[in-house]
Design a protein around this ligand. Structure first.
Ligand code: XMP
Length: 327
């Protein structure tokens, strides 16, 4: 495993010119490291893996094999965007795996949050490993590790997502082209590489995806309510100038029902909780102040457009005491 560190003297990449210089240096380094060998990458569509993919596509073209695993817990439009940007526009060698049924079947009836997370993580590695075994001649595994991941794993805060999770028969050498960059620098480089803003400036999204926002045992209908309400929230925040201003915002649908009324008839449906927070480092967070008129408008849309929702609530809690995610 390479042990490249960020040089203390390295200038922070804050301009397009500096991003361009980094890209040129990386392309030369990647070509030298990889030669004519093949590289595999798990492409989630998140900022780090997308920028890693875009750099490698420039450096080695079709010798990069991207695998996009749809675990069924992605946000509305995300798998389609990955396919459009990488396969259609960047002409990447992209394998798309729709593993929705596999994940949801394994998660059926599981309500414990940590067990849910473990199932999603384990299943992800299994699906990815199965795809890797179908391929011949792969020498390298690319990862979107970034500098804060290294610092946090050195400080013992979190184990950074490395190849350690893959079974022993898949012993690849690592390629980590954005390893020495901070998040804002990764975004600069992604922008310079031509990735769309909606990908480069994406708000944080957890690996277990909507699964941790469909509180309790996941059912397909409630998961759909999370996905549809999240799409409405994002659309309204974008339309009303809050995109990029509020750090993270999403919806949660808990596993309980209450009485409501619709078209003169009694309903027995779920509530939808809106969570919107501001933070610097996600260690603590403050509830974001959203204009009440906008909240009412979003609540109206969610309760009228999303099947199975009859109420909308706004979460006023800071972190602590509430974590940002619900599970
Ligand atoms: P919490 O809920 O701990 O979340 O206050 C802090 C930040 O981390 C994100 N988060 C995750 N990100 N994998 C990730 O990549 C995960 O499993 C995960 N869980 C939480 C969360 O969205 C928030 O930005």
């Amino acid at each position: 495993m390479e042990t490249i560190s960020r040089p203390a003297s390295m200038e922070r990449i804050t301009t397009p010119a500096l991003a361009k210089k980094f890209i040129e240096e990386q392309l030369a380094a990647l070509k030298a490291q990889i030669g004519s060998d093949k590289v595999l990458l798990a492409l989630s569509g998140g900022v780090d893996s997308s920028v890693t993919a875009a750099l490698l596509i420039r450096a080695i073209g079709k010798n990069l094999v991207c695998v996009h695993v749809n675990h069924g817990l992605l946000r509305k439009g995300e798998p389609e965007q990955v396919i459009r940007v990488f396969r259609d526009e960047m002409k990447a060698n992209l394998i798309y795996v729709d593993a929705t049924d596999r994940f949801l079947d394994k998660l059926a009836g599981v309500s414990d949050p940590e067990t849910k997370r473990k199932i999603i993580g384990k299943e992800f590695i299994e699906v990815f490993a199965e795809e890797a075994r179908k391929l011949d001649g792969i020498r390298f595994l690319a990862q979107g590790t970034i500098w804060p991941d290294i610092l946090e794993s050195e400080a013992g805060i979190k184990a950074h997502h490395n190849a350690g999770g893959l079974p022993d028969d898949l012993a690849f050498e690592l390629v980590e082209p954005v390893r020495i960059l901070f998040k804002d620098e990764v975004r600069m480089v992604g922008h310079e590489l031509g990735l769309p803003d909606s990908m480069v400036y994406r708000q944080p999204f957890p690996g277990p995806g909507l699964g941790v926002r469909c509180v309790g045992a996941i059912t397909r209908d409630r998961l759909e309510a999370v996905r549809e309400s999240d799409a409405i929230l994002r659309e309204e925040f974008a339309k009303n100038g809050l995109e990029g201003k509020v750090w993270q915002y999403f919806t949660v649908v808990p596993d309980f029902k209450s009485t409501g009324i619709s078209d003169g008839k009694r309903t027995w449906d779920w509530p939808c909780i809106i969570r919107a927070v501001n933070t610097v480092d996600a260690v603590t967070a403050e509830v974001a102040e959203i204009p009440f008129s906008l909240l009412k408008q979003i609540a109206y849309r969610i309760t009228h457009e999303v099947k199975g929702i009859n109420r909308c609530l706004f979460d006023c809690s800071d972190k602590p005491t509430g974590t940002i995610e619900y599970e």
